[in-house]
Ligand binder design. Structure first.
Ligand code: TRP
Length: 367
């Protein structure tokens, strides 16, 4: 059986109201649903900002709706402190708002507030094979890092992630390269579900950005910039002071030679060129052209200053937003209500297709 293509126009069971009701803002004629999830780690770095958050902001103008979820239920699969988790959710909410997410133009919510995710995750686990879960690289890596307990939640992590996306019948999922496997798994899950229970779920496409998808550690350009396992000096945080940012770039490890061009054996210089291209909104070629005949020192200073200037307003807005927990909570609560309105419809369809609970009366949801 052919799986439902990611074409909302033909998706009769989709949330028609949110896809362009009469008083909805002007939306493209074929509206696209975007969904992504983000871990509630307080410290977001330049790689997260360029590869993830920036796509979220852009998605607001493209999707109807763009849905972004702070995944506290995923965060509990490894060791953590409950009080800190709540704080990290607020940190992340404030960072996303500071970076340009607008609760009027997107749905921003906390995963744990929408119970439909957990139930859908359980139902989808019936069409997920343990073998597949056990082969996931992220599961292998994270389970090797656990000192006390490898939780069943860690193994089930990708099923919950599939539920996150499938609950909204999302067409596109902007994520980093590291999430490719999870995306493939969720497509398999949706396809298997549709094959066994009838066309119900939409197969999402991943959207992995080309430029800036891999921001490398400034001290160790063989590795991705990351909060865990990278060097502190090589990791630029969105909330770093401008002086700190400039210093980290000035000390960036570059490669032998002196020419400012991208090359396989010049990962350090390539990284700086690509970062500057993103900040300037130009192509990497344009940056190379600009720096022809100049030295590495010039490049490092320019990238440092320009990244610092680029992130400064984000840091300032963050500081203004982060002090007010109740305002943040209000934004998340409103987002959860909008999210639930969509997810509940999908969950009802899934329950119906699987024969869970009483049969739906023929009146059913508006189609
Ligand atoms: N696993 C993702 C990460 O570690 C976060 C995530 C959870 C997610 N649910 C999602 C991403 C749904 C995309 C779609 O980054």
């Amino acid at each position: 059986m052919a799986a439902l293509a990611a074409a909302p126009d033909s998706d009769q069971t989709g949330p028609a109201v949110l896809r362009g009701g009469t008083d909805a803002p002007a939306v493209p004629s074929r509206s696209v649903v975007i969904f992504s999830g983000i871990q509630p780690t307080g410290r977001k770095h330049l790689g997260n900002h360029i590869g993830g958050i920036r796509q979220y902001v852009a998605g607001q103008d493209k999707a109807a709706p763009a849905i972004y979820c702070i995944v506290d239920l995923h965060a509990v699969t490894v060791e953590y402190e409950p009080v800190k988790l709540r704080e990290r959710v607020y940190d992340t909410t404030a960072i996303l708002l500071a970076a340009g997410l607008d609760p009027e133009r997107c749905i921003l919510f906390r995963q744990g507030d929408v119970h439909e995710h957990a139930e859908l995750s359980w139902l989808l686990s019936s069409v997920t094979s343990v073998g597949e879960l056990n082969r996931m690289h992220q599961f292998r890596d994270k389970s090797a890092q656990q000192r006390r307990l490898v939780s069943a939640g860690l193994l089930f992590y990708p099923v919950l992630q599939a539920a996150d996306v499938l609950a909204y019948r999302a067409d596109e999922v902007p994520v980093g390269e590291d999430q490719r496997e999870h995306l493939e798994l969720m497509r398999d899950v949706a396809e298997r579900f549709n094959g066994r229970f009838g066309e119900t779920l939409v197969l999402p496409a991943s959207r992995i950005p080309e430029v800036g998808a891999r921001v490398l550690d400034l001290q160790d350009p063989a590795r991705k910039m990351s909060t865990t396992g990278a060097t502190e000096q090589g990791t630029v945080y969105v909330l770093d002071e401008p002086g700190t940012i400039a210093k980290k770039f000035r000390r960036a490890v570059t490669d032998s030679g002196s020419e400012i061009v991208r090359a396989e054996d010049k990962p350090g210089v390539t990284n700086l060129i690509e970062i500057l291209a993103v900040v300037r909104g130009v192509s990497p070629e344009a940056v190379e052209h600009d720096f022809a005949g100049r030295g590495y020192g010039d490049l490092k200073t320019a990238v440092g200053d320009e990244v610092a200037g680029w992130l400064a307003p984000v840091r300032e807005r963050y500081e203004a937003l982060r002090g007010d927990d109740s305002q943040l909570e209000g934004i998340l609560a409103e987002g959860a209500e909008k999210a639930r309105a969509i997810a509940a419809g999908t969950l009802a369809d899934v329950r119906e297709a699987m024969g869970v609970g009483p049969a739906r009366r023929s009146v059913g949801p508006a189609t």
